[in-house]
Write a protein that binds this ligand. Structure first.
Ligand SMILES: [Zn+2]
Length: 324
């Protein structure tokens, strides 16, 4: 999951430095017209199918309610990417939780049947993952007169070879999908592991500490990726925030949305974000990792980036998550 740094380090020394397009720099100022699309992966609930999670339906309901309330408060469009197996793991609750995501400014997206890693699958298996991922959401969207325009691959793995990437693109075209991009990653799953551990230990003070560290780290990551994209393609395209449907984001969603507001962003749909020319085609490169689009654009354009400038989450977070 955290492959972007390996990827970034791999870029150093391999690529020559090329200046960004000066005209584009002139055309777009640093913060004017900033926008962001908010997206969630692993709906209806990231931990839905983990063993021993008997109260997963209750947790899923609470997390969805909190996130939807925060989105509504700020009138934020959002796309929720669904894993069919996790819908089924929650029984009737799973399907019910998707209904609000199929209305108004919210929309459903396909995130595969079982969250399998495309690096390990052949074309037929990838097709089964895509088609199987539609079982609940395709009829639901169509009954509401809606399309299902976006697919996002688990781990953002979209081709570990050029051949695989071409296969993936052909499969998406066959099913009338656009590949969903992502430009901001906050490693929320690492913080969430610590957060869940604090729940298990009934340590409320630690939960608060994790929330605060996560929001602080998110603030840095939002700024980091804006700068990365500016340096690589010469302007800030609409950003696309990658989050997961978990209890940490449920607890911090209002604070995360405020970070964007304070930095001058307006909230747009994923379709509006990806109408920017930067997203006209998927970056033409292959990687076994799941880097954000800024790193992919850098590879495609042979722009050298120093991935070490991207800070890791604080060490104590991952350490605490593993404590017995
Ligand atoms: Zn996922």
């Amino acid at each position: 999951m955290n492959g972007r740094r390996c990827f970034a380090v791999g870029l150093i020394g391999l690529l020559v430095c090329s200046p960004v397009n000066a005209q584009a720099l002139v055309a777009k100022s640093t913060t004017a017209g900033r926008s962001v699309a908010i997206t969630f992966d692993d709906l209806p609930y990231v931990h839905a199918s983990e063993p021993g999670a008997e109260d997963a339906p209750d947790r899923a309901v609470a997390a969805n309610h909190a996130i939807l309330a925060a989105l509504a408060r700020y009138r934020v469009p959002a796309t929720g990417f669904v894993v069919e197996q996790r819908v089924r793991a929650l029984g009737l609750t799973g399907r019910d939780l998707l209904q609000p995501w199929n209305k108004g400014v919210l929309e459903l997206g396909n995130h595969s049947f079982s969250h399998a890693d495309s690096n390990t699958l052949d074309a037929d298996a990838i097709r089964r993952e895509i088609v199987g991922g539609e079982a609940t959401i395709r009829p639901m969207a169509e009954a509401a007169g809606r399309a299902l325009p976006f697919f996002r691959f688990p781990f953002n793995h979209v081709g570990d070879t050029i051949e695989k990437r071409r296969v993936i693109e052909a499969l998406l075209t066959e099913r009338s999908y656009r590949l969903a991009a992502s430009t901001i990653d906050t490693s929320d799953y690492i913080f969430d592991q610590a957060y869940e551990h604090a729940f298990t230990r009934k340590d409320k003070a630690m939960r608060k500490r994790v929330e605060d560290a996560y929001v602080a780290y998110s603030r840095r990551q939002i700024a980091y990726y804006a700068e990365l994209n500016r340096n690589v393609i010469g302007y800030e395209p609409p950003a696309i925030m990658l989050l997961h449907l978990n209890r940490l984001n449920a607890a911090t969603m209002t604070r995360l949305l405020k970070l964007f507001r304070e930095a001058g962003y307006r909230f747009v749909s994923l379709a509006e974000a990806q109408s920017d020319p930067a997203y006209a085609q998927s970056p033409r490169m292959a990687t076994q990792f799941g880097p954000m689009w800024g790193y992919r654009w850098a590879s495609e354009r042979r722009v050298k980036v120093d991935g070490s400038r991207e800070q890791e989450p604080p060490e104590w977070v991952a350490h605490y998550a593993k404590e017995k």
